[in-house]
Design a protein around this ligand. Structure first.
Ligand SMILES: C[S@@+](CC[C@H](N)C(=O)[O-])C[C@H]1O[C@@H](n2cnc3c(N)ncnc32)[C@H](O)[C@@H]1O
Length: 258
């Protein structure tokens, strides 16, 4: 951005995805809002003539204050439990809060605390936590579940993710942890194992997840939709001792086996 005047254009009709692809190549877009039936783009100067005659283009008024917004102004602490919250580093700790804080920057990786599956997994882990000496976090995303273990004093932290930006984010969040790019077969057994993934991903990785769990601490499985809960629980071979549901997502906690 060169500091020029920002203009906004609304596009409707025609192939909006193709229009956006074309604009990415032919204009220096400063912002994009994609909705079902319209596209709004911000750029300095005039919108170039698009090669789609069917598109209806309307210029929108731009409030100069919008150009100063970073998108971070509306962030707030997320209270996951009475004594557990997640916040990004740019949001202050709420006055008077004396519980556990997980400070996670909202970046490219899944797991900033907003999603129901993360909250349900955190609640389960929080409920069953018992000073585990080692934790393996399968599908670590931002590293948020491993961060919980770290904040509770666990020093032996491992995690993995098939998504490289997630692995990088987790390594940045927890430089003393060991984060592998790939699946659970890359990890060593741990007392506590956590895995917050879709039901299909849990099912596919279950043999390796159970191999990792040495049984000295809890096993927490998250990310299941209602119909997936019982079939996934049956794969573990023991009865869950705790469950949490947030929105559409359930997390199951299994107690130590020994
Ligand atoms: C729902 S996110 C959970 C992120 C974070 N643990 C949380 O609780 O918010 C699931 C993550 O699992 C990763 N994933 C999916 N299948 C995987 C597999 N077989 N092995 C490792 N990671 C996997 C995805 O790339 C994604 O980052």
């Amino acid at each position: 951005m060169t500091g020029g005047v920002l203009r906004a254009y609304e596009l409707r009709g025609g192939d909006l995805a193709a229009a956006l692809d074309w604009l990415h190549v032919h204009a220096d877009l400063q912002g994009v809002l994609e909705e079902d039936d319209r596209l709004v783009v911000w750029l300095e100067g005039e919108l170039p003539a698009l090669p789609q005659p069917a598109l209806r283009v309307v210029e929108l008024a731009v409030d100069p204050a919008d150009a100063l917004r970073t998108g971070l102004e509306d962030d707030a602490p997320i209270l996951v439990a009475e004594d557990l919250l997640v916040r990004p580093p740019w949001v202050e700790r709420p006055a008077g809060f004396a519980g556990i804080e997980l400070v996670v920057p909202r970046g490219d990786a899944f797991g900033s605390g907003e999603h129901g599956s993360t909250q349900a997994a955190l609640r389960c882990l929080h409920r069953l936590w018992q000073d585990s000496t080692s934790v393996a976090d399968v599908g670590t995303g931002s590293g948020i579940l491993a961060l919980y273990a770290s904040v509770r004093g666990c020093r032996d932290l491992q995690g993995c993710d098939i998504d490289l930006p997630s692995v990088r984010a987790a390594r940045e969040l927890l430089p003393h942890g060991r984060f592998a790019h790939g699946g659970p077969e890359l990890l060593a057994p741990a007392a506590c194992v956590v895995a917050n993934m879709t039901g299909a991903e849990l099912r596919a990785a279950m043999a390796e997840i159970l191999r990792l769990w040495d049984g000295a601490g809890p096993l927490v499985l998250g990310g299941m939709r209602a119909a997936e809960v019982e079939p996934i629980a049956a794969l573990v071979g023991s009865t869950p001792v705790h469950r949490e549901t947030v929105g559409d997502f359930t997390s199951l906690g299994f107690g130590p086996r020994r």
